[in-house]
Design a protein around this ligand. Structure first.
Ligand SMILES: CC(C)(COP(=O)(O)OP(=O)(O)OC[C@H]1O[C@@H](n2cnc3c(N)ncnc32)[C@H](O)[C@@H]1OP(=O)(O)O)[C@@H](O)C(=O)NCCC(=O)NCCS
Length: 203
């Protein structure tokens, strides 16, 4: 994909994206509905949504609640993850965590390559998830039994550069302008305010 544009997601877009998994989205210790999270979407050159990342931020920690690339191996997942991490770092978030099921070897490799480390394995956590969401199957990707949840974590590095970058777009949901460099973003914002730039977009 030549160009990937990132913008904030609406609640409706989060809802649509999450339908792939069935709602609500359940992690190890939380149940999320679309209104609980903040999201960003990736758009292709034609303006079609090709990926969605949602995050829940609380104090110095954040959880990536979902990351979905609808067109795999073309940089969509990386673009969304990097954008979210930059935004979270600017907000002062130190640790980003996420959980994925034990069958998801592709996601494990993806996150390990992006600096995430295995924090813990929640044995039989899928059975607990199934109590909330009976639709969760018993066999997952690669024909593997769906049993455990892997919790991954990354410690974000706060750089000087980040302090001046615009993390996530603040424009309205239907604005599909291109991602811009930190300097350009500051100019577009007009006031260069780090506080404003650091806010995650409201879905
Ligand atoms: C895991 C997931 C988010 C990765 O998204 P993606 O869009 O495929 O990610 P990227 O394209 O950025 O990177 C994936 C691979 O493609 C490669 N790639 C990226 N751009 C590329 C390009 N232009 N040409 C060829 N390969 C490319 C990357 O190097 C990477 O290789 P690796 O897996 O060996 O590290 C995606 O597989 C997905 O949505 N899975 C289903 C949902 C899920 O499991 N989510 C995670 C749990 S929350």
């Amino acid at each position: 994909m030549k160009e990937i544009v990132i913008r904030s997601a609406t609640v409706a877009e989060v809802m649509t994206g999450w339908r792939r998994w069935g709602m609500p989205v359940v992690t190890v210790d939380r149940v999320f509905s679309p209104a609980d999270v903040q999201g960003i979407v990736a758009l292709d050159e034609a303006g079609a949504i090709v990926g969605l990342l949602t995050v829940y931020a609380e104090q110095a920690q954040a959880e990536i609640v979902s990351l979905d690339s609808f067109v795999e191996s073309q940089g969509v997942g990386t673009a969304l993850l990097e954008k979210a991490e930059t935004a979270l770092a600017v907000l002062g978030i130190d640790k980003v965590r996420l959980v994925t099921t034990n069958d998801n070897l592709r996601a494990l490799r993806f996150f390990l390559r992006h600096g995430y480390r295995l924090l813990s394995v929640h044995l039989d956590a899928v059975a607990k998830m199934r109590m909330i969401k009976p639709s969760v199957g018993r066999t997952g990707k690669n024909g593997l039994p769906l049993l455990d949840m892997w919790e991954l974590q990354k410690t974000l590095v706060h750089t000087q550069e980040e302090a001046h970058s615009l993390p996530l777009p603040q424009e309205s949901a239907d604005d599909t302008r291109q991602e811009t460099s930190a300097e350009e973003s500051g100019r577009e914002l007009g006031d260069g305010s780090v506080e404003q730039a650091g806010e995650l977009p409201k879905p």
